[in-house]
Ligand binder design. Structure first.
Ligand code: ADP
Ligand code: MG
Length: 251
């Protein structure tokens, strides 16, 4: 469903992504693993259309999308959960989901009646709340919600468009250990109608959630395989685990 061929990105003469090829099947959970600065976030920008590649080809759902901007890629079913917070602080979780759901359902125009009373919007909010396990917390104000809950909500907002492919950039960064477990379950519960591409620095979560793992290092794909294959690969261990043992955590 996603195919990347010989993708490269230069920034002022520096090659940040080098000749990267990648194929993700529909419904797959693919984790992108790699040390800080490997080019993971840049890769997501190239996929989502917020950065233009220097070279290479991207196919999504059978179509070449390299020439499409981010909005048009989103319309084709690509969504992205951002590393930076993108939430309305003074509103509740329900209201944040309502805005996302009514926009996605095309009901945010002022000619429409109040989306709070729209049955389709309400149903969509309930559905998303259940997918991200926030049903009990819907009426909490975002500004008072713990960090982990906010990260969950970001996933919910990305889900509002019913994406085919969800790009998640370090969904658990800055989230405490108990919340990481919670995120494992949450990601495992998402329907397989959504393909997941997840940048993750938590190895346990990566191994738990992924069908396959692609390891990036200096913009290149160093290794790709199942979690078991990845764990057992000597090159991956020396590069990725070596960095962790050196204490330089990827955050
Ligand atoms: N807009 C930019 N201009 C120049 N260099 C950039 C830009 N964005 C990222 N980089 C560089 O690209 C490299 C990869 O960054 P990034 O994709 O954020 O890595 P990761 O997400 O794997 O930590 C880093 O060395 C970073 O400094
Ligand atoms: Mg990053």
């Amino acid at each position: 469903m996603l195919e990347v061929k010989n993708l490269s990105k230069d920034f002022g003469g520096l090659q940040i992504i080098r000749d990267l090829s990648l194929k993700v099947e529909a419904g797959e959970r693919r984790v992108i693993l790699g040390p800080n600065g490997a080019g993971k976030t840049t890769l997501f920008h190239l996929l989502a259309g917020t950065l233009a590649p220097s070279q290479g080809e991207i196919r999504f759902d059978g179509a070449a999308i390299g020439a499409l901007n981010a909005v048009r890629r989103a319309r084709l079913g690509m969504a992205r959960s951002y590393q930076k917070n993108n939430l309305f602080e003074s509103l509740t979780i329900r209201e944040n989901l309502m805005l996302a759901a009514s926009a996605a359902l095309g009901k945010s125009g002022k000619l429409f009646r109040d989306p709070r009373h729209d049955a389709a919007v309400k149903a969509r909010i309930d559905e998303i709340a259940e997918q991200i396990a926030l049903t009990e917390t819907l009426d909490a104000q975002v500004s008072t919600a713990p960090y982990g809950i906010r990260r969950q909500l970001e996933v919910g907002i990305a889900l509002a468009t019913k994406p085919k492919l969800l790009l998640m950039d370090e969904p658990t960064s800055g989230v405490g250990p108990s919340m990481i477990d919670h995120f494992h379950r949450l990601l495992n519960q998402l329907p397989r109608s959504i393909t997941l591409l997840i940048i993750e620095h938590d190895m346990d979560l990566a191994f738990d959630v992924a069908d396959r793992i692609s390891v990036l290092n200096f913009g290149e794909k160093l290794f790709e395989g199942t979690p078991t294959e990845t764990k057992g690969n000597a090159m991956v261990r020396s590069i990725y685990l070596g960095e962790r043992e050196g204490g330089e955590h990827n955050a």
